[in-house]
Design a protein around this ligand. Structure first.
Ligand code: HAM
Length: 426
């Protein structure tokens, strides 16, 4: 027998049993973004490879070893987006959204990274990202952090920790980089091959290493905070004061450097201990230099992205599956009438979930299906009902008689039955 086809490793189907949960989460998140005046931007999943390589940085893990890149039929190098910021900037520049104006944008959808799959880390995963352009001050930094806190609150999530750092300007990073390289060179005999590779290509990433043996060395490494330029130090101080004033708790983490090259000044991560090694649920920061660096007007920018799989993992298990309110049963001569009746109810009560039995079968087996579906009401259209222009209504979850209802009174009768079950369809 031929082998069953399989999805690509690290890329999951979202099956009906969890898709309601996903949709509810997406609706809750986007309603909060609406309430802060952010607008959706929908971006292509494919971009020219250069868009990511230039923004994220050639020597980052993402660009050097995790991108899904291929040559298309025209010979162009294209890449499945590993994140949303680079494409958002490309779209902003292309459509003139960035010059002399401010924008608050969000996007949501799949991202692709060829990482080693494990719990909380996938090759296709979903992000909700937000980006704000044209606003230089720490007020927008504080607003974005408050948006996160608000999202956790409406989702009933507590225990997420906010870690905060400032990377200063590129010059700060250059000075710090030199100090860091000198420090690790002094301890080169304690570095394994991976750490030596990082030291050569992207020394700041050494601070991110999860290797337990390196932790004492990392803990004693020089801190970037000592190299901060005055303007960045003041920006950071103002942000911390704003967060103190609104009563939001945070931890300063001078080792927080982020894995993408475009950041400057504020960077932050929300983490939890409940997800094992992949504990970062949300991460972001400022990238005030990026737009100019890729040929656009100088534009301050800040954003973050939430990993939706990780967020879902933290939430309570999915609620009971969504069940129909009404299940319509019919024998063959009454099928057209059943389809029509179901549509009349949908028209009358937007939001009412009506399942019409399709596929035939005896009335008895159809009743069994109706019961199993979890519906509150069964409507029956058989020979007698058709002849008398009426419908039989049976409340499936309550005691009581079956009602014979004239077609013209059906809407009223369905409404009454649902109200008795304390379920308003409208
Ligand atoms: P990032 O830190 O690469 O930042 O990703 C943000 C979040 O996406 C992570 O904290 C994590 O929750 C989730 N994530 C990343 N990789 C995976 C994976 N392989 N499997 C599951 N979840 C994952 C960015 O992507 C930046 N674009 C964020 C940003 C927006 N900065 C400024 N604006």
């Amino acid at each position: 027998m031929a082998e069953k086809p399989q999805a690509i490793r690290g890329m999951s189907d979202i099956l009906p049993a969890s898709s309601d949960h996903w949709r509810k989460l997406e609706q809750s998140l986007t309603a909060v973004l609406d309430s802060y005046g952010y607008h959706e931007i929908r971006l292509p999943i494919l971009e020219k490879t250069d868009v990511f390589a230039r923004a994220i940085g050639e020597h980052t893990d993402i660009v050097s070893k995790e991108m899904y890149t291929f040559t298309d039929r025209n010979g162009d190098s294209l890449t499945l987006r590993p994140e949303g910021t680079a494409g958002c900037v490309r779209a902003g520049l292309q459509h003139g959204l960035l010059r002399n104006q401010s924008q608050r944008l969000w996007y949501m959808g799949p991202m692709f990274r060829h990482e080693r799959p494990q719990k909380g880390r996938y090759r296709q995963f979903h992000q909700l990202g937000i980006e704000a352009y044209g606003i230089p001050g720490p007020d927008i930094d504080a607003e974005q952090i408050l948006i996160c806190a608000r999202l956790w609150k409406i989702l009933g999530l507590d225990g997420l920790r906010l870690e905060l750092n400032s990377l200063g300007e590129p010059e700060t990073r250059a000075t710090y980089r030199k100090r860091l390289v000198a420090y690790f060179q002094d301890h080169i005999d304690q570095l394994n091959d991976d750490a030596r590779r990082r030291l050569e290509l992207n020394p700041l990433r050494l601070l991110d290493s999860k290797d337990p043996e390196l932790q004492p060395l990392i803990a004693a490494a020089p801190s970037i905070t000592d190299d901060l330029d005055d303007a960045s130090a003041e920006h950071f101080q103002q942000l911390c004061t704003l967060l103190d004033k609104v009563g939001l708790e945070y931890t300063l983490n001078p080792r927080l450097v982020r894995g993408l090259d475009y950041y400057n000044r504020t960077v932050f991560e929300w983490t939890t201990d409940r997800l094992g090694a992949q504990g970062t649920v949300c991460a972001g920061g400022r990238y005030d230099r990026l737009i100019e660096q890729i040929g656009g007007p100088s534009t301050p920018a800040i954003g973050f992205a939430i990993g939706l799989e990780r967020l879902l993992e933290l939430l309570e298990p999915a609620d009971a599956p969504v069940t129909p309110h009404v299940y319509v049963i019919a024998n063959e001569p009454a099928i057209a009438s059943a389809l029509q009746t179901a549509d009349e109810l949908r028209e009358e009560f937007p939001g009412l979930r009506v399942l019409t039995h399709c596929g035939g079968g005896s009335m008895k087996s159809q009743f069994r299906r109706a019961d199993k579906s979890g519906a509150l009401i069964a409507l029956v259209l058989g020979d007698e009902e058709l002849a008398a222009n009426r419908v039989t209504l049976k409340a499936l979850r309550q005691q009581g008689e079956q009602l014979q209802v004239p077609q013209s009174e059906l809407v009223e009768a369905v409404h009454r039955t649902l109200s008795n079950a304390e379920l308003s369809p409208d």
